[in-house]
Design a protein around this ligand. Structure first.
Ligand code: RAM
Length: 348
């Protein structure tokens, strides 16, 4: 209840102006039962980038909530580390298990294609979320927010944080992460506006692999370059690790990116991170659950123009994605700063 109220609150504080201007069913069958016979829709499996990441757990919480409302059997899977190899093994197991649907946050756009094709050939519905697989490996993708707004918005934020003067570094997730790579691509905001960004060059893109230890050492390495004055971490794991390093060192280097309010509140409160952005991860999972159900029940096929009911999120539409496939967009990201972090840190 409280979360809903806060969500409504946050929507009014939307980024508009700043950043962003700113369940075991037989293969696709709708009637088969899960192993315990409890579900009419079947098993909807959720495959995380990795199961160590608290962000992924929050996304799954929303997926689980949707499955409960729908009457499907949710299943949480994922590798220990964010690699495609282990995700392929998991997909193969899910195909053998004959689940009704697979929703995956991909660790590689292309590497999962043979396994996911086999799943779809077996009648299993496949969607990606958070981090997309290529258009041929899915029925549709759940897009958190417009990637262009995210990439450009993060550069604009970094620019403001250093008053137009100081090098920028990016601390990303893995080098194959489709979501992070797309956001980094939109950081061409820099090259497209050479005059504005003449004194804020992008010095380095480092990869912390969404691993806290590696993200920490990569941040420490970035700090050895004194020309870097601001770090953009478009990953919740990177944000937290970088925040801790900067705070420990009492560094003047600023931090922005995509962080969980519950994790980043202390760093926003002490000025290490003046502001950051994120969408509601629980809503991403919830939307994924309802999209999966609409596919399994045949309300949508994943083609452009389809629309379906997404529970509390209302009516949702399938639109064309930048990669030529289709997607369902959640909405605009939120901006978190000293004004609203105290409320939002309680929510997610
Ligand atoms: C991390 C993951 C995830 C991303 C968020 C912002 O938790 O890399 O894929 O969407 O950050």
């Amino acid at each position: 209840m409280k979360a809903r109220k806060l969500l409504a609150l946050g929507l009014t504080a939307i980024i508009g102006a700043t950043m962003m201007a700113g369940c075991g069913g037989g293969g696709g069958s709708t009637t088969s039962q899960s192993s315990d016979g409890s579900s009419a829709s079947g098993t909807y499996a959720f495959v995380a980038k990795d199961v160590q990441n608290p962000y992924m757990q929050k996304v799954y919480d929303g997926f689980e909530k949707a499955c409960k409302e729908i009457g499907a059997e949710p299943l949480y899977k994922g590798p220990e580390a964010a690699t495609p190899e282990k995700q392929i093994e998991i997909i193969n197991q899910l195909v053998a298990q004959n689940v009704a649907g697979i929703a995956i946050a991909a660790n590689d756009a292309d590497a999962l294609q043979p396994a996911l094709t086999e799943a779809m050939d077996a009648g299993i519905k496949v969607i990606s979320l958070d981090s997309a697989v290529n258009k041929d490996s899915r029925q549709t993708h759940i897009q958190q927010a417009d990637p262009e707004k995210i990439g450009r918005g993060l550069i604009q934020a970094a620019y403001e944080m250093v008053d137009g003067n100081g090098g920028i570094a990016v601390l990303s997730a893995t080098a194959q992460a489709t979501n992070q790579n797309l956001w980094i691509e939109w950081m061409k905001e820099l090259e497209e506006n050479p005059e504005k960004y003449a004194n804020t060059p992008l010095i380095k893109v480092a990869y912390g692999d969404d691993d806290p230890t590696k993200s920490t050492s990569e941040t420490q390495a970035l700090l050895t370059d004194s020309s870097i004055k601001v770090i953009i971490a478009p990953t919740t794991v990177g944000m937290l690790a970088a925040g801790k390093v900067l705070q420990d060192k009492q560094s003047d280097v600023k931090l922005t990116g995509l962080g969980l309010p519950s994790e980043m509140a202390p760093f926003i409160e002490d000025g290490t991170c003046p502001w950051m952005y994120l969408w509601n991860p629980v809503d991403i999972g919830y939307l994924s659950g309802y999209t999966m159900d609409a596919l399994v029940k045949g309300t949508i096929t994943g083609d452009v123009g389809g629309s379906f009911n997404a529970g509390d999120l209302g009516e949702k539409k399938i639109t064309e994605a930048a990669d030529g496939g289709t997607e369902v967009m959640l909405g605009d990201p939120f901006k978190f700063d000293t004004e609203n972090i105290a409320e939002w840190k309680e929510v997610y």
